[in-house]
Design a protein around this ligand. Structure first.
Ligand code: NAX
Length: 323
């Protein structure tokens, strides 16, 4: 069996990690051969060719063909999985609204290219920021593809939350279950451990409310900035790892008795406006996902979730001409 996987921005930091991990079988396992279609902007094509040469030099048994291109139609041709990583970074003096609009153009063009060239059952993960609204734009420009095929990455935030809770409770990541991130991949996201378990115990019985509100939540929300401060560069290997976790679980199923966090088109669950790409606690099964329903949310949680929804509605308003 073989599958075609597209990575945009494949010569960038995250792309450079992602391509090798996917090529070595870490996404779909050792029995699936992967063909990699790597997309970049024209000035980065030389660097991209270097990435393709290095992939060849790994002689991975799971790697089929590699194509390096600046042509979106070719890159999305018959694609089964797309990682939309390439995006325009926020430059000096650029407002958030400028960032939204510049990226909106990239993601509307890529949505069209997906619509016209990809496999109709493609799964799309948007990593490039502002990821949730970029996913909305790509989906709106791909009318022949089910909107549920478009998602945005919250899994890095989810994994960060697991790691923080494991550190605090002096346990291992593998003991932590049912953490959730709600909302937008931005500092308005709401990391929620009200339903989380540490082994068989409720997390909320092991940590105090002050730690949750004053340390845990802001730390997860702002972990990206903390990494930049330490490394001088934004998260890359951890982002690529989370992208693989997200797509692998979506395709092959998430762990039993656990949740993942994925930003997917809201169906109105928990009173969130329909259509925006909103992160919920999710389980994946049979190549599909469903939102965990009927969770009790306290007022703090409801207010936090609404705050993030408001930001996503404002983002949608700013780019509505592209929808
Ligand atoms: P880099 O700047 O290292 O790489 C981005 C690459 O995308 C560059 O090589 C650039 O040439 C390419 N590119 C730009 N426009 C393109 C287009 N139209 N088509 C194809 N390629 C294009 O950034 P990197 O550190 O890899 O981050 C990539 C994106 O991920 C950024 O938008 C970043 O903000 C976002 N992130 C999202 C995260 C998430 O959890 N959703 C976490 C990590 C990361 O910050």
């Amino acid at each position: 069996m073989s599958k075609t996987i597209t990575i945009t921005g494949a010569a960038g930091q995250i792309g450079y990690q992602l391509a090798f991990r996917i090529a070595s079988g870490q996404l779909l396992g050792n029995s699936v051969k992967v063909n990699l279609n790597l997309l970049e902007i024209t000035p980065a094509l030389d660097a991209l060719k270097g990435v393709a040469m290095e992939l060849e030099d790994c002689a991975f048994p799971t790697l089929g063909k590699v194509s390096a291109t600046d042509d979106a139609a070719a890159a999305f041709g018959d694609s089964n999985f797309a990682f939309l990583v390439g995006a325009k970074p926020r430059g000096p003096g650029m407002e958030r609204s400028d960032l939204l609009i510049e990226n909106a153009q990239i993601f509307s063009a890529q949505g069209k290219a997906i619509n016209n060239n990809a496999d109709k059952d493609i799964k799309v993960l948007v990593v490039g920021n502002p990821a949730n609204t970029n996913a909305l734009i790509a989906s709106a420009n791909a009318p022949d593809i089910n909107p549920r095929s478009f998602s945005a990455m919250m899994r890095l935030d989810h994994n960060r939350a697991i790691a923080q809770l494991a550190n605090k409770t002096n346990t291992h990541n593998s003991e932590i279950r049912k953490v959730a991130i709600w909302g937008n991949h931005s500092t308005t996201q709401y990391p929620d451990i009200n339903h989380a378990l540490v082994g068989s115990e409720k997390a909320s019985d092991l940590v105090d409310e002050t730690w949750v509100r004053e340390d845990f939540i802001p730390r997860v929300q702002k972990r990206g900035a903390e990494i930049i401060q330490a490394r001088g560069l934004s998260s890359a290997a951890s982002a690529a790892s989370a992208a693989i976790d997200h797509m692998r679980d979506w395709e092959l199923g998430s762990s039993e008795n656990d949740w993942v966090s994925m930003a997917i088109p809201s169906d109105g669950s928990y009173g969130i406006s329909e259509g925006i790409i909103f992160s919920y606690p999710i389980v994946c099964q049979n190549g599909d996902f469903s939102i965990i329903q009927d969770l009790d949310l306290d007022n703090f949680s409801l207010d936090s979730i609404k705050h993030s929804e408001k930001e996503l509605l404002e983002e949608r308003e700013a780019i509505k001409h592209l929808l």
